[in-house]
Write a protein that binds this ligand. Structure first.
Ligand code: TZP
Ligand code: MG
Length: 210
């Protein structure tokens, strides 16, 4: 199974109970990977939230990925880590987590996309496809044509992130991208399970047309 197909990234603005409700629903709805992303809390809170998500994912086959922090990933024995360009280098991260864990890297421009070719990563996150209120420090947006170019150029699986929702998902899928990562389209949906089911159905239909 392609683990990147529908990749939930958690919203660090949501409290622990909401986080658990969202992840439980999203997993029931079929998300294929979950990243715990924390930008404001302290490391103890990060670990607590990661462990809560880990226990929801237990036995589902859905991998748990930790954003930015190798120490948190190791502490909770996550399935992988997702690095940004200003986090620890991919080489160092790989040495610390070993070869059996997933390592993702965000790339924000063409130069980073090319440099990633020689790095020991498993997949790339194309950040950001569209401007999004969820992350205010994104630089330029790849757009659909930038995403199409990156998918064609890269030898790694590509995950699109940033501003993706039902209204632009069909266009995203036409680029042959390996997966989509979303925060608000699932975390802020009135029913995260239904949202995940609807998004997966839409992905399946769009894939069958490409
Ligand atoms: N990295 C690039 S954009 C983004 C991250 C974490 C936020 C995506 O959130 P949303 O709500 O799916 O646009
Ligand atoms: Mg990061």
């Amino acid at each position: 199974m392609n683990p990147y197909r529908l990749y939930l990234v958690t919203d660090d603005q949501q409290d622990l109970e909401t986080l658990k409700t969202v992840v439980t629903g999203a997993v029931a709805g079929g998300v294929t990977m979950v990243q715990v992303r924390e930008k404001h809390g302290d490391v103890r809170a990060f670990i607590e939230r990661a462990l809560a998500v880990k226990s929801i994912l237990q036995g589902t086959g859905v991998p748990l990925i930790i954003n930015d922090r190798i120490d948190v990933a190791l502490a909770v024995d996550a399935d992988g880590v997702h690095l940004g360009q200003s986090d620890m280098s991919a080489e160092t991260a790989r040495r610390l987590i070993g070869k059996n864990k997933l390592l993702g890297l965000s790339v924000e421009n063409e130069q980073q996309l090319m440099e990633a070719e020689s790095l020991p990563v498993d997949y790339l996150g194309l950040s950001a496809i569209f401007a999004t209120p969820t992350k205010s420090d994104t630089k330029k947006e790849w757009g659909i044509e930038g995403l199409r170019y990156a998918v064609a150029q890269s030898s790694f699986p590509i995950v699109a992130i940033g501003g993706i929702n039902a209204s632009n998902l069909d266009d995203i899928i036409t680029t042959n991208v390996d997966g989509v990562a979303l925060v608000s389209a699932i975390c802020h949906a009135p029913n995260p399970k239904q949202a995940a089911m609807d998004l997966l159905r839409q992905i399946g239909l769009a894939e069958s047309r490409r």
